[in-house]
Design a protein around this ligand. Structure first.
Ligand SMILES: *[C@@H]1O[C@H](CO)[C@@H](O)[C@H](O)[C@H]1NC(C)=O
Ligand SMILES: *[C@@H]1O[C@H](CO)[C@@H](O)[C@H](O)[C@H]1NC(C)=O
Ligand SMILES: *[C@@H]1O[C@H](CO)[C@@H](O)[C@H](O)[C@H]1NC(C)=O
Ligand SMILES: *[C@@H]1O[C@H](CO)[C@@H](O)[C@H](O)[C@H]1NC(C)=O
Ligand SMILES: *[C@@H]1O[C@H](CO)[C@@H](O)[C@H](O)[C@H]1NC(C)=O
Ligand SMILES: *[C@@H]1O[C@H](CO)[C@@H](O)[C@H](O)[C@H]1NC(C)=O
Ligand SMILES: *[C@@H]1O[C@H](CO)[C@@H](O)[C@H](O)[C@H]1NC(C)=O
Ligand SMILES: *[C@@H]1O[C@H](CO)[C@@H](O)[C@H](O)[C@H]1NC(C)=O
Ligand SMILES: *[C@@H]1O[C@H](CO)[C@@H](O)[C@H](O)[C@H]1NC(C)=O
Length: 896
């Protein structure tokens, strides 16, 4: 006891004397290696900013040691913004290292000495360099006797792989995806044939699929998608006995599908979409599979009778082939998604021989005939049903109303007759898109249509519908199309409540009376089509954003410069409510200009209203918000700068001259769920503490009982408005490229956020705001907590990380094609996939400038196509997208 007191005292004394002492159990050589690494990393990045060089390296972020802290065994410096490679050779001075992860940094080279030195570490099992900027050809690996996992994906490597990995005898997992490797598929990957995962996706590999790789008996995953592979799928591939996933999509493979593949009892997923496979689909293909994608090939013959009855089958896509004959019975208990569109299938609607879990059925653009069966209710889980463009007829069965999960119903271009069953309108209250245009439907629309609370698009054009136009659902947003029917009577004033509506087509009917002046209130409107009716009176003045077509109404008078109609009473009432809130918000909104969040609270009898300034870590200025002035600005409609589905943005100029954009989040229809103020403030503070130039971060807020007002630095407008016609600016390619990279960086930042990933409710060109013509900012990052995912504005991509990447892909396609992504975002995606000529895809407004620009655009299309992969697992993550986009610039130099 005496002794230990002395020892302890001595330790304290030593500590006080020489501060540099390291209280680590690690061997000196490991401490010194880590100190060298520290010096380089610390100079280069912020990653160890809060770490003292003299502390035990085992306590540093990303450094893993054995449980008794005697050796270092893992180093993980992923996503740390490291751009220097100088620390790498020092890593090799740690002979006990088992795993090194430097993924998602900005490394551009690996020093040669790294390979010689680290090759001697006998226990090194794992090297992850994915998502960097590594440029050059692959080095030849010697040593590395225990290396099991090598990940070089999403870099800029080029050249052939050849025999360079032959000596990696322990190699199990190899990922070389998303580079510019060329030549043949390498087949010498460790002499012990231990390979289990083999990913070469998105490179420039050519030649045939080598049957030799069946020597890798443990192979579980093959992903060779997005290369230039040709020839046929070897029959010998049926010899794999452990293969679970085989992805061969986006190549030039030809010939038939070998029936031997159905012998692989372990195979869960087989994707060979976007090749030129021909012949028919063999029997037994889905005996074991859960996912089969053969879309976009040249397959012929009938769909085998057992294909839709696989016991595990969950996903099947056969669209865009030349398949013919009937759709066999759907016998699988698990089938969730079935795409059969754009074939030559005939016969009647498929029957479900077992209770079906089917959620998504697409059989559009075929030659189906007959009626929709009455027992349709079996498919009660259907969410999307698309039978458009077939030869179906007869009356629409009332049992359609039993499909109460339906969100999209598309029966366009068939021969349906009779009335629209009231059940469809009364019971399908999740419906977001209803398209029954181009049929022979008659009768009137029931007044209860106004109750379809989720409906965003209604297409009834080209039928024989009659009667007066009833009140329409107020959430309609994408389009209301009643054109080419027999509607009569006046255009109802009630249409002016459709505040989100973008396209209103009432043309080619028998409508009479005046055009209601209230329609000029439709603030989201871009197209108003009224041609060929019996309308009379004076055409009201619409804003310059609205294209109005009133041709063919002989009693209609157009007067230039007639006064805009008065503000309606409803509007006045609304603004007085705002004003009473203003008074309260203003009363409590004075603490201004503080560094940290200051929250003032005010409780009135009726409203509880609070406001505050949010912490802005990297902001150059402390927000100087005058809440009173700001609330005045938002009570004035003329200050509206633009709108999105859930928010209205106002411009508010402060007395100091600073301009803010104030977002008012609507709280109508109970769409927006406001949590308790306290919780909301906590969340806002969390968002306010973020810092990224490509994310729109709130700087202050005012919360009332019913509304939230969030303040941002001012931006010009939405990408959608600027890209698609509304302003005179034509975005050139360099701006579009910078927008693409910026948006991807913003998304990567949100997904990699150190507090935990922030997943966007949705992302689209309408939720991306532009600070300048090449500085995009992702907006509405707060909405994920306020709005249920099913009501998102841009109807594509689910609220998951992979769903966000899908949405990002759609935005990239909009930038390259110049086409808006209306409707389901996957229309622009599908369109791109279906067009083979670049000339048709690339926006001719920008691509004619130079060959270099065209190549870059084409490369961005490739990235976008990866993002919109049908299967979420095949999509790159946002960090990789950034890298891939940056690669599209630099790789040109080394290509060809
Ligand atoms: C770190 O930066 C300092 C000053 O910027 C420099 O003197 C030192 O040599 C740098 N250390 C390393 C290891 O690069
Ligand atoms: C620490 O643990 C490792 C195994 O994890 C062992 O090899 C080593 O001998 C231990 N060292 C000490 C000092 O206990
Ligand atoms: C499947 O395997 C069985 C037995 O291993 C073999 O007899 C049969 O020919 C194989 N089928 C195909 C289509 O290769
Ligand atoms: C499939 O295409 C190949 C050419 O790639 C052709 O030789 C063969 O006859 C075709 N088979 C069928 C069944 O059409
Ligand atoms: C319809 O299918 C045919 C092939 O059967 C295809 O060429 C066409 O592009 C498809 N149309 C649409 C709108 O998908
Ligand atoms: C379907 O098409 C095939 C030819 O592809 C034809 O023989 C058959 O009679 C058609 N069936 C129906 C129900 O139209
Ligand atoms: C609708 O059309 C059917 C024939 O397809 C006809 O029997 C019926 O009377 C029509 N109904 C109305 C309201 O015009
Ligand atoms: C409305 O529907 C008709 C018929 O389906 C179509 O021709 C027309 O283009 C649609 N209008 C708009 C503005 O899309
Ligand atoms: C906008 O709001 C300000 C208050 O910030 C107000 O003075 C002004 O009249 C409003 N209208 C316009 C067009 O700026």
């Amino acid at each position: 006891m005496h002794l230990s007191v002395i020892c302890n005292a001595a330790k304290v004394f030593a500590f006080m004397l020489c501060i540099d002492i390291v209280s680590s159990e690690l061997p000196a050589d490991q401490v010194s290696a880590m100190t060298s690494i520290y010096d380089i990393i610390h100079n280069n990045t912020a990653v160890w900013n809060s770490v003292s060089k003299t502390s035990d390296p085992c306590s540093w972020k990303g450094v893993g040691c054995t449980s008794n802290n005697s050796f270092i065994n893992t180093i993980s410096l992923k996503s740390s913004s490291i751009s220097t490679s100088e620390f790498l050779p020092f890593v090799c001075n740690i002979p006990t290292l088992e795993s090194l992860d430097v993924s998602n940094n900005q490394l551009s080279s690996i020093p040669y000495s790294f390979f010689t030195a680290c090759g001697e570490i006998s226990g090194l099992k794992e090297l992850d360099f994915s998502g960097n900027r590594l440029l050059g050809s692959l080095p030849t690996f010697y040593g590395f006797p225990m290396l099991e996992r090598l990940d070089f994906s999403a870099n800029r490597f080029f050249g052939e792989v050849g025999l360079k990995l032959e000596m990696l005898d322990s190699l199990k997992n190899l990922d070389l995806g998303w580079n510019r490797f060329r030549g043949k598929i390498p087949t010498n990957l460790g002499r012990m044939n231990r390979l289990e995962t083999f990913v070469l996706a998105a490179n420039l590999f050519r030649g045939e699929l080598p049957v030799e790789i069946t020597k890798y008996k443990n192979l579980r995953v093959i992903d060779f998608s997005q290369n230039h592979l040709s020839g046929s799928i070897p029959v010998g591939f049926g010899e794999f006995t452990k293969l679970e996933i085989m992805i061969l999509s986006f190549n030039s493979l030809s010939g038939g599908i070998p029936s031997s593949l159905s012998n692989i009892t372990t195979l869960r997923r087989f994707s060979s979409n976007r090749n030129t496979l021909n012949g028919s689909i063999p029997l037994g293909m889905t005996s074991f599979l859960s996912s089969l994608d053969l879309s976009y090939n040249g397959l012929t013959g009938g769909i085998p009778s057992d294909l839709l009855s696989g016991a595990n089958l969950d996903f099947l896509d056969l669209s865009f082939n030349d398949l013919e004959g009937p759709i066999p019975a759907i016998g699988s208990m698990k089938l969730n998604l079935l795409r059969l569109g754009s074939n030559s299938l005939n016969g009647t609607f498929p029957s479900a021989s077992l209770g079906s879990r089917l959620g998504y059925l697409y059989a559009d653009n075929n030659s189906l005939s007959g009626e929709i069966p009455l027992d349709l209710g079996v498919f009660k889980n259907l969410i999307h049903l698309n039978l458009a463009n077939n030869g179906l007829g007869g009356a629409l069965p009332p049992s359609l109303g039993d499909l109460t999960s339906l969100e999209v119903l598309n029966l366009e271009s068939n021969g349906f007759v009779g009335g629209i069953p009231p059940q469809i309108i009364l019971q399908l209250n999740r419906l977001e898109k209803l398209n029954i245009g181009r049929n022979l439907l008659n009768g009137s629309i029931t007044a209860s249509i106004g109750n379809l609370a989720s409906l965003m698009e209604l297409q009834l054009g080209s039928n024989q519908l009659s009667g007066e136009i009833p009140a329409m659902p107020e959430r309609l947003q994408i389009a209301l199309n009643l054109s080419h029917n027999l509607f009569h009577g006046p255009i109802p004033d009630s249409l002016s409540r459709l505040q989100n509506l973008q396209v209103l087509d009432l043309s080619n009917n028998r409508l009479s009376g005046a055009i209601p002046g209230l329609l000029t209130d439709l603030r989201s409107l871009t197209q108003l089509l009224l041609a060929n009716n019996n309308l009379s009176g004076v055409v009201p003045t619409f804003g310059s954003r609205v294209t109005v077509d009133t041709e063919g109404n002989k009693d209609l008078i157009c007067v230039r410069g007639n006064p805009a109609p008065e503000t309606p009473q409803g509007e006045r009432k609304k603004s007085s409510v705002v004003n009473s809130e203003v008074a309260i918000a203003a009363a409590c909104g004075f603490p201004v200009g503080l560094l940290i969040a200051v929250i003032a609270r005010f409780i009135s009898r009726m409203y509880r209203s609070i406001s505050g300034i949010l912490p802005a870590p990297n902001s150059i200025h402390t927000p100087n918000v005058d809440f009173k002035k700001a609330m005045e600005a938002v009570s004035d409609h003329s200050n509206i700068t633009f709108k999105t589905a859930f928010s209205t943005f106002y411009k508010a100029v402060m007395p100091s001259g600073t301009t803010y954009l104030v977002k008012k989040i609507k709280h109508t229809d109970k769409i927006v769920r406001f949590p308790q103020h306290k919780q909301l403030v906590e969340e806002l503070e969390h968002f306010g503490s973020l810092s990224n130039p490509n994310v729109m971060i709130p700087v202050a807020y005012v919360l009332t009982l019913r509304r939230a007002y969030l303040f941002y630095d001012f931006v010009r407008g939405t990408l959608y408005d600027i890209l698609h016609h509304r302003t005179g600016n034509k975005l050139d390619w360099p701006s579009r490229y910078n927008i693409a990279v910026g948006v991807s960086k913003g998304l990567a930042y949100l997904h990699e956020c150190t507090f935990g990933p922030i997943i966007l409710l949705d992302l689209c060109s309408k939720s991306i705001l532009l600070k300048s013509l090449d500085e995009p900012q992702i907006s509405d990052i707060e909405l994920c907590n306020l709005i249920p995912p099913s009501s998102s504005e841009c109807k594509y991509g689910s609220a998951t990380a992979a769903g966000n990447v899908y949405s990002l892909g759609v935005v990239l396609l909009e930038l390259v094609t110049g086409k808006p992504a209306v409707g389901d975002g996957d229309e622009v995606a599908k369109w791109v996939l279906s067009v083979s000529e670049w000339d048709q895809i690339l926006d001719s407004n920008v691509c004619e400038t130079s060959i270099g620009v065209r190549r870059e655009m084409a490369a961005v299309v490739e990235v976008a196509i990866a993002c919109v992969s049908v299967s979420p697992e095949m999509r790159p993550n946002a960090v990789n997208v950034v890298q891939m986009l940056l690669n599209t610039r630099q790789s040109d130099a080394v290509e060809d």
